[in-house]
Design a protein around this ligand. Structure first.
Ligand SMILES: [Zn+2]
Ligand SMILES: [Zn+2]
Length: 428
């Protein structure tokens, strides 16, 4: 049978299966300087782990090829999105190197005697090269998804068009449906990973629920950091002297710190809103932890794929039904006892300080007062918590809908915020 050749999706960007990597790297005419190896577990020595034992190491690579080893399952819930930024940056570096080498070679042509230059420049450009090879096991799903992400970012096209570009060069390109959905989500975030993005938060929680069902447990890293953890032992901040001690900004840590800087779709000021136990004042969530749902709709409100389709079709949510919501749905947060064990499907959520019941969770979902089914559900009851503007923001008249309920308006100058996936949109 014929030996597989890598496909060149755009000049200097190649894709192939694992089997074809070694020969591709050995071919100087391809000029490959950067290699992305995607596997699960991540390939440690991508240049050929069966028959090549000279151990170049995961970071070195042979022949001075820079390598990036990426851990990713070819599964619909494989976490493609968080791998994309590093991969596209790596590809960009390779293509920049290629451009620089070509420019240098062209300059040499101008400087030198034409005949000598023609020989030297072609030799130099192939020797110095500049180009990226992306491979996974079969060269069908994971590698092609990563390359499509690069095409989307550099050409500003959507996932389908980018995949078409990949397929033209590499007909068997066929990322799994979950990856395609993640590429669409990435596009909706302007090709930047924004963990504060509403759609991203919904996607993450839905994915977590599926993974919990599959694995039977939730990792500690799967829940959001407790925004009130560092003030929990400091007493009741509301009554502690004249100082508003905790009115300083309590930063998120870990992935949620990304959430706070994201400018779009819920990553702005609202993300800093403070949700406190009404009884004792304990900070239990930030605005950035809230997950919106469409009031009154009896669907899987967390199905962001459906949601995107509906939005694309111009459909809106029920108008003015936000008053029926008696719950603030949130991401799972570290203080929520019972959420992380694989046994309890549902339970009460008690304030981590005063232990009064402030909400509940149910991995199988529950129905909000407005009629919407939310799955999975982690919620705080609006009667048991107070939602406050971030420190330093004047609380002025009016309110904006967040998470299906009215929250204090965050700034006087801010116009009524229209966020399409939140409550308050009119029906089309
Ligand atoms: Zn509701
Ligand atoms: Zn409390």
């Amino acid at each position: 049978m014929g030996e597989e050749r890598p496909s060149e999706v755009e000049p200097g960007l190649w894709v192939c299966s694992e089997a074809a990597v070694a020969s591709a790297l050995a071919d100087p005419s391809l000029g490959i300087t950067h290699l992305i190896s995607i596997g699960y577990p991540p390939p440690g020595h991508p240049a050929g782990d069966d028959d090549d034992d000279d151990d170049a190491g995961p970071a070195g690579g042979s022949n001075g090829v820079k390598t990036l080893s990426v851990e990713l399952e070819d599964d619909e819930d494989g976490d493609l999105l968080t791998q994309i930024p590093a991969c596209v940056a790596f590809i960009r570096d390779a293509l920049r190197l290629r451009d620089a080498n070509r420019a240098a070679a062209a300059a040499a042509v101008n400087d030198d005697d034409a005949e000598a230059a023609a020989a030297s420049s072609s030799a130099a450009s192939t020797r110095r090269g500049g180009g990226a090879l992306v491979h996974c096991h079969a060269g069908v799903s994971r590698s092609c998804a990563v390359i499509a992400a690069h095409v989307m970012k550099t050409r500003g096209v959507d996932a389908d068009d980018a995949l078409e570009v990949v397929r033209r060069a590499h007909p068997r390109a066929d990322p799994n449906a979950g990856f395609v959905a993640q590429l669409r989500l990435w596009r909706s975030m302007d090709c930047k990973l924004n963990m504060a993005d509403e759609a991203y938060r919904l996607y993450s929680v839905a994915r977590l629920a599926r993974r919990r069902e599959y694995r039977g447990y939730v990792d500690a890293t799967d829940v959001q950091p407790d925004p009130g953890a560092d003030v929990d032992t400091a007493g009741d901040e509301r009554t502690a002297g004249g100082e508003t001690r905790v009115d300083r900004f309590v930063p998120f840590v870990g992935s949620a710190s990304v959430a706070i800087v994201g400018p779009r779709h819920g990553g702005g000021r609202e993300a800093g809103s403070m949700i406190r136990c009404r009884r004792c004042g304990r900070l239990v969530a930030r605005g950035g932890n809230l997950l919106p749902h469409r009031p009154g709709q009896g669907i899987d409100a967390f199905s962001w794929r459906k949601r995107h389709k509906m939005e694309a079709a111009g459909a809106g949510s029920g108008s003015g039904s936000a008053g029926g919501c008696q719950n603030l749905f949130t991401q799972p947060i570290a203080w929520m006892q019972g959420v992380e064990d694989g046994v309890s499907t549902e339970g009460k959520l008690s304030c981590p300080r005063c232990e009064v019941k402030i909400g509940a969770f149910n991995w199988s979902g529950c129905q909000c007062g407005c009629g919407a089914w939310v799955t999975p559900a982690f919620y705080l009851q609006t009667g048991k918590v107070d939602v406050m503007a971030p420190p330093g923001e004047p609380e002025v008249g009016g309110s904006i809908p967040v998470g299906g309920v009215r929250m204090p308006r965050l700034a006087a100058s801010r116009p009524a915020v229209r966020r399409p996936s939140l409550a308050g949109r009119d029906d089309a």
